[in-house]
Design a protein around this ligand. Structure first.
Ligand code: NI
Ligand code: MN
Length: 248
């Protein structure tokens, strides 16, 4: 799998072991995202990447902000819980409505294709206009070669133990900025519950309340034998192959 980070919690994940690779865009938010803007990343950048699907962890503007624009430009459906589907289909967008515990399968529905399971997150969810967004979720994404977990916005929760029981994760993508989500200290604990060696940090340094010290954060993870990856914006990165990714 390959990840391109666009700042905050927005990233493109390329998956698939078969002929066809699929591009999954998560939580598109670049308009008004100072990290993205500083690096010249715009809605056009996301559209030019040609995502096949757009996944939303929840409805908050710093996750859903550019979903409609990219969906309209590319034809990629917006996938999320039912309330997110309902919101976008009423606006005439392509959307798929699911709910927690459900799994979205790629078109081939094989292990070499991909699957995205919606798992619990502890947070809230409403659209910027106040519309209820259902419950927030995280995602377990597998393509037969690798398995990763993107927590979305969440507090530290024992739900993560269940994910570790069921999946051998190559990577966990965790919020580390605190204030609205886990901070570094809690994300370190999450990494231990998840039994991962590699963590990619998201949801940090975008706005003053979630500013962190990058080097201190890396040291905190180092102390428990976990590598914290703080990715540069806009460069593709290969997900490390740490463990065999079969379901445990
Ligand atoms: Ni949020
Ligand atoms: Mn957020």
């Amino acid at each position: 799998m390959q990840i391109t980070y666009y700042g905050h919690s927005c990233f493109l994940l390329e998956v698939g072991q078969g002929e066809k690779k699929y591009k999954l865009l998560f939580d598109p938010f670049v308009t008004g995202n100072p990290t993205a803007e500083k690096h010249g990343v715009s809605v056009q950048t996301l559209s030019d990447a040609q995502p096949d699907y757009i996944f939303l962890s929840h409805a908050h503007g710093d996750h859903s902000g550019d979903a409609e624009a990219v969906s309209r430009e590319t034809g990629a459906p917006i996938i999320g819980v039912w309330e997110i589907y309902d919101y976008y289909q009423k606006r005439g967008c392509q959307a798929v409505g699911m709910n927690v515990g459900g799994t979205f399968y790629g078109p081939e529905k094989t292990n070499a294709d991909f699957s995205v399971k919606l798992v619990p997150a502890i947070h809230t969810s409403s659209f910027p206009d106040g519309t209820y967004g259902g419950v927030p979720v995280g995602f377990v994404i597998a393509d037969g070669a690798q398995t990763i977990y993107y927590a979305g916005d969440t507090a530290l929760t024992v739900e993560m133990e269940l994910i570790a029981e069921r999946y051998q994760l190559d990577l966990a993508i965790l919020p580390i900025g605190g204030h609205f989500t886990m901070d570094v200290e809690d994300a370190v604990e999450a990494a231990l519950l998840l039994d991962v060696s590699h963590v990619m940090g998201v949801h940090y340094n975008t706005f003053p309340p979630i500013a962190i010290n990058d080097e201190e954060a890396k040291r905190a993870f180092d102390e428990v034998g976990v590598t914290l990856h703080l990715l540069p914006v806009g460069k593709a990165w290969e997900v490390p192959q740490e463990k065999s990714s079969q379901e445990a």
